[in-house]
Design a protein around this ligand. Structure first.
Ligand SMILES: [Cu+2]
Length: 169
């Protein structure tokens, strides 16, 4: 019994040392890219646009782009890759009418069963399911008529930081 508890203590301290040093390394790695990140327009000729969500917590969470330009009224696919390292960071990708982020987010709050998007929401033009960490989810839809729209993550509390412009032309 004594041997067992010593073993337990030893392994517990190894685990905590390992995980804390890992955590620091990861934080350092992740704090580097945002500095070099700039708004870009990843128009993908293959009709699939990949968007990456990163960040270990609500202060770090972000999409890797703030501007997406696509042809109007054309079928495209958005691939959302969730590279977040923390299991409390699911994300989605929701295309909305310009300026409706708060409305859409608040309306979606109760709809976990629909990826935090209200099924009746007329401000929503398309959305992915929720992507858990290390997961990729897809939205295939026909883009709206030429204009300015937005994209957000409608997970509760995320849309303030996780948003960008979605331009069709
Ligand atoms: Cu999110």
């Amino acid at each position: 019994m004594i041997k067992y508890s010593i073993l337990l203590m030893v392994s517990a301290s190894i685990i905590s040392c390992t995980s804390s040093s890992d955590g620091f390394d990861k934080n350092t790695d992740e704090s580097t890219p945002p500095a070099s990140l700039e708004a870009s327009a990843p128009v993908d000729t293959r009709d699939t646009i990949t968007v990456i969500a990163t960040g270990a917590d609500m202060s770090e969470m972000r999409f890797d782009t703030k501007l997406i330009k696509v042809p109007a009224q054309k079928e495209i696919t958005i691939a959302l890759v969730n590279q977040s390292t923390d299991a409390t960071m699911p994300h989605n990708f929701v295309v909305i009418k310009d300026g409706t982020a708060n409305e859409v987010g608040q309306a979606g709050y109760k709809h976990l069963d629909n990826a935090y998007v209200s099924p009746q929401d007329k401000n929503v033009l398309g959305h992915t399911p929720l992507a858990q960490i290390n997961e990729t989810v897809y939205l295939t839809f026909t883009t709206p008529i030429a204009g300015e729209y937005q994209f957000i993550c409608s997970y509760p509390g995320h849309w303030g930081m996780m948003k960008g412009s979605f331009i069709t032309e």
